[in-house]
Design a protein around this ligand. Structure first.
Ligand SMILES: [Zn+2]
Length: 105
């Protein structure tokens, strides 16, 4: 556990780990946004973002969805275009840098 109940590591528990490995599960981890959500069975790819683990109750880190778009805008990259760098398609773009920004800011 972190200082305010936020998880230090992900997945937070074995049950969540199992859920993320199983593609038939309802739980979706969106690495680039650092979001965990529940799949909406509407035939599309809709996801309801959740902030707590349904099994162990851990609080997930805050979503980086806004930061993701801001960072691409800062680099003049169209987030809907084909020019999005590969590190922005998963957690690499924020690994190490966002947390240190936040801690020092
Ligand atoms: Zn958990």
């Amino acid at each position: 556990m972190g200082h305010d109940g936020e998880i230090d590591a992900f997945p937070c528990c074995a049950r969540m780990g199992d859920a993320l490995r199983d593609e038939d599960e309802m739980i979706i981890w969106t690495a680039k946004f650092r979001e965990i959500g529940i799949r909406v069975p509407d035939g599309g790819d809709s996801v309801v973002v959740i902030q707590f683990c349904p099994w162990c109750g851990s609080r997930f880190p805050e979503t980086l969805r806004n930061e993701w778009f801001n960072e691409l805008e800062r680099r003049n990259i169209d987030p809907c275009g084909s020019g999005v760098p590969p590190e922005f398609l998963d957690e690499r773009w924020y690994a190490g840098q966002v947390e240190s920004h936040r801690l020092s800011g």
